[in-house]
Ligand binder design. Sequence first.
Ligand code: DC
Length: 248
Amino acid sequence: MADTLEIQKILKERTTSPQVITLDGAAGTGKTSLSRSLASLLGFNYLDTGAMYRSIALRLGEGAWLRSGPWLEEQLAELRFSLTGSGEETLLVLDGRPVGEEIRREEVGMWASKLAQLTVVREHLTRCQRDLGNSFSLVAEGRDMGTVVFPGAQFKYFLFADSEERARRRQRQIREEYGKEADLSEIRQDLEKRDRQDSGRSLAPLRAAEDAVSVDTTDKAFSQVLHLILEDMQSRLGAIQDPAHHRG
Ligand code: DC
């Protein structure tokens, strides 16, 4: 069983600068719940970078991806992201207001995915995300956290799961949160379409960093994946702390 206090202690002893743990993966792989729990257990802030793409998409509206680069740049320059709260209660704040539930709409996810293909948008958000990483210790979830935004992070995880299972998870979430019975095959088609868009783009596509630990979450319970990640962190920190480990 991993000891989160021990992990926190070793991390604090090693550096006083903010640290970043990255969790990348497609929608429905479980990265949001895992990132939030990890943030709480380790006393880090939680950064949902998908929510940053979504809030920009909602603010700029449908079709913004068709507008000119200079127009987009001008709009983006006006926006200010920050974080408040801590652990899983961390809130993403845009221009002084916590971002709301309306960014979770399926269509907003699709708009976000379209905007996420544009250099001007990615460069801007990469800068904002790194600025937040300089101010807060983060568990950062997204698609390119380990590959592009925080390539130097010591702990990187890449989650994947088959699309049938991911669609079931999303259906369950919609049922629990909104009391609605969504169509499974429709959800699956939307997920797969967004996957193709996110994995197929030339800029910062969804993929595992070479030094990321990949975890298949298809048949694993949330608590299993959480323990797997914490145990991996603890064993690597232990290996670094204890020189005898290297001699072995
Ligand atoms: O994680 P999510 O489903 O809320 O993200 C919405 C979209 O934002 C996703 O389809 C692609 C884009 N995105 C991205 O390109 N890079 C990230 N780091 C996070 C999200």
